[in-house]
Design a protein around this ligand. Structure first.
Ligand SMILES: [Cu+2]
Length: 170
């Protein structure tokens, strides 16, 4: 008795489900025209919006870049530094002052052009890997305080032999 009642219930549920499915399929077919019109409407309005924004968009973008770049706190200051026995070179200048602004993100690209060296700066806990001739290593740090800080090579006694210079944070 209970089993047959249970089976009857399932059959009723399946029938109801089938009717519901049939109805919803029908309603989708009936609303097909409406859906099509809706799609056309959104496509058209999308194009109108795009056309409306398009002429102004490039100008706005250029203004933003022009106004934002000089004061952009996320700007990265990149310095390409080579090391040899026993000095650093930046664009041909020997152990030059490296000047950045407080809060700048600094990216140091260091390459050894002769000997085993690194580029270290204790105050901002920044140091590249120690690299051999022809190898490169980079380090990023944020210049969080103003002052003059010495960068140097931490290999052996290279610092004493002249591999040092100043990072000036204004
Ligand atoms: Cu060195």
């Amino acid at each position: 008795m209970k089993k047959s009642t249970f089976i009857s219930l399932i059959i009723v549920i399946l029938l109801l489900g089938g009717i519901l499915l049939y109805n919803s399929v029908n309603s989708i077919i009936e609303k097909g025209g409406d859906i099509g019109e809706y799609n056309e409407f959104t496509e058209n309005s999308g194009e109108e919006n795009f056309q409306g924004i398009d002429p102004n968009h490039p100008e706005g973008e250029l203004e933003e870049v022009g106004d934002g770049a000089p004061n952009d706190p996320d700007e990265v200051k990149t310095f390409i530094i080579t090391g040899e026995n026993y000095k650093f070179l930046v664009n041909g200048a020997e152990n030059p002052d490296i000047t950045v602004k407080e809060g700048d993100r600094v990216h140091i690209e260091f390459k050894s052009t002769g000997g085993f060296h690194d580029w270290s700066l204790d105050e901002f806990d920044a140091a590249t890997q120690k690299v051999s001739e022809g190898e490169s290593s980079s380090v990023d740090f944020i210049a969080t305080s103003t002052g003059t800080f010495q960068y140097y090579c931490s290999v052996g006694n290279h610092r004493d032999q002249g591999m040092k210079g100043n990072l000036i944070v204004e």
